[in-house]
Design a protein around this ligand. Structure first.
Ligand code: DGL
Length: 267
């Protein structure tokens, strides 16, 4: 482990979804050096098995931590966190912050008592989510749907491509068709990609349906864990690193530049 002032925070996701966590982190820790790692060669995680995700995430994070000596790692991905957080914590010797569905804040906000949860196929079937529901949403109705299409839509949107409104409408229709679904007033965005589609979701669900995600809470948690640590004045742009061919990052240039990243690099 390194706590040198130049030691980065490692943010990890299968793709660009973790940028929603990055944005929240920037608001509380503007000077911290960050390496953002997108496992584009493994994207999407949501359609993979638990064993595939756990092995991939633990293996990659182990190698990345060895190479970059980060002071902290954040798994900015609900799918990877709900499956592999414990395993990654066993492997790394630094603090590891996960991203879990924001059921607790949603349960505190709902007025109707009916919450919709949109995640990947892998996330919504996790015991981790059952446990959060049992712990924080007792007496509420939590309706879950998988929306793998939205992961691709968010990836495409950040590369400048249009989002097909039918994809979003389909998610809304599947949720509202469930028993009690017409009463949903709070939507848990249980995938870090989905806040990238918040405008489209607001259009489909209506402005009255509140969207909740974990990004701000995760950023606060990271800032808390790093309290008192110093950060060296930036010696260059933050790094955006991808697995697989570097062309996977084509089209992201404006998004990366706006966030202070240099050109995408290959892992
Ligand atoms: N961004 C990830 C999450 O939070 C998953 C996207 C994927 O399926 O790879 O769940």
């Amino acid at each position: 482990m390194s706590d040198a002032p130049s030691s980065p925070i490692l943010l990890f996701d299968s793709g660009v979804g973790g940028l929603t966590v990055y944005d929240a982190l920037r608001a509380v820790l503007p000077d911290a050096p960050v390496i953002y790692a997108a496992d584009l060669a493994g994207l999407p995680y949501g359609t993979k098995t638990e064993a595939q995700i756990a092995a991939r995430v633990a293996g990659l994070l182990g190698r990345m931590a060895e190479r970059w000596q980060p002071r902290l790692a954040c798994i900015a991905c609900n799918t990877a966190s709900t499956i592999a957080l414990g395993m990654v914590r066993d492997v790394l010797e630094i603090p590891v912050v996960g991203t879990v569905p924001a059921i607790k804040p949603a349960a505190a906000l709902t007025q109707t008592g009916t919450i919709g949860l949109v995640g990947t196929e892998a996330t919504i079937r996790q015991r981790y989510v059952d446990d959060l529901e049992a712990q924080f949403a007792q007496g509420k109705r939590l309706l879950r749907v998988a929306a793998p299409g939205l992961v691709q839509a968010a990836e495409a949107k950040l590369r400048g491509q249009p989002v097909d409104p039918a994809l979003i409408a389909d998610v809304r229709d599947r949720l509202t068709a469930m028993a009690g679904g017409e009463n949903i007033d709070t939507l848990v965005l249980a995938c870090t990609h989905f806040p990238l589609l918040s405008e489209e979701l607001a259009q489909a669900f209506g402005a009255d349906v509140r969207q909740v995600d974990g990004a701000a809470g995760i950023a606060r948690r990271i800032a808390h864990l790093l309290e008192g640590q110093s950060f060296a004045p930036s010696s260059g742009p933050n790094r955006f690193v991808v697995t697989g061919p570097i062309s996977g990052a084509d089209g992201l240039e404006p998004v990366l530049a706006a966030r202070g990243f240099g050109a995408a690099e290959a892992f």
